[in-house]
Design a protein around this ligand. Structure first.
Ligand SMILES: C[S@@+](CC[C@H](N)C(=O)[O-])C[C@H]1O[C@@H](n2cnc3c(N)ncnc32)[C@H](O)[C@@H]1O
Length: 193
């Protein structure tokens, strides 16, 4: 699943929203990786359209989808990641909307066929549910949301399913993030009726 690392209060790992900027800035090389399974789940449902990738990280999935003809907007708080994605998009000749912003206050503009929030909800704490509602609102009918999230006190068992109860659940998985025994993950692909 996602390339993410997350917060786990039990393990003592406390990552804040700037953790990835520190990590990206310290990296020698920059890899534009993505999860093949998530890409396949998107391509099973959509072959074109507008994609919003929130907390896009190194932007690998956004770049891959741009190469396949999707219209991409990707957003991350990390200036280093955003600069690298801009350089890579230019190198590949892709016209992408690449935005450096804090999702806690980012106002989503426009409507999307696919919205991705992969490995980012844990950084939003109690603002996560409001963020998810904005994600849902900007999704067109027939559009999908792909969410990969750490369970935590703001996202207890069943919470994500409750938020998406009026949508069709296309994929659902629960797993443990290998780098942290206590990080229980939930993965959902949901479709708006
Ligand atoms: C675990 S990484 C996931 C990256 C990518 N979505 C993936 O699945 O590989 C989490 C990303 O969320 C970004 N992030 C965390 N808090 C954020 C915030 N408040 N606003 C925007 N981006 C944020 C981090 O900078 C990081 O790139």
């Amino acid at each position: 699943m996602s390339l993410g690392l997350g917060c786990s209060e039990r393990s003592g790992m406390v990552l804040d929203k700037f953790s990835f900027e520190r990590r990206f800035a310290a990296m020698d090389g920059f890899k534009f990786g993505y999860d093949e399974g998530i890409l396949a789940d998107i391509l099973k449902r959509k072959s074109s359209g507008r994609v919003l990738d929130l907390g896009c990280g190194s932007g690998g999935l956004s770049l891959e989808l741009a190469g396949r003809g999707f219209d991409i907007t990707c957003v991350d708080i990390s200036e280093t990641a955003i600069d690298r994605i801009r350089e890579e998009a230019e190198r590949r000749g892709f016209d992408m909307n690449i935005i450096c912003a804090d999702l806690e206050c980012y106002e989503i503009e426009g409507e999307y066929d696919v919205v991705l929030a992969l490995g980012v909800l844990q950084f939003l704490g109690d603002k996560g549910e409001g963020f998810l509602r904005r994600v849902m609102d900007c999704t067109v009918e027939g559009g999908i949301n792909v969410i990969d999230a750490f369970r935590n006190r703001w996202l207890p068992m069943g919470k994500l399913e409750e938020v998406y109860s009026d949508w069709e659940v296309l994929e659902r998985d629960e797993y443990v993030w290998e780098r942290d025994d206590f990080a229980k993950m939930i993965y959902l692909v949901c479709k708006r009726w």
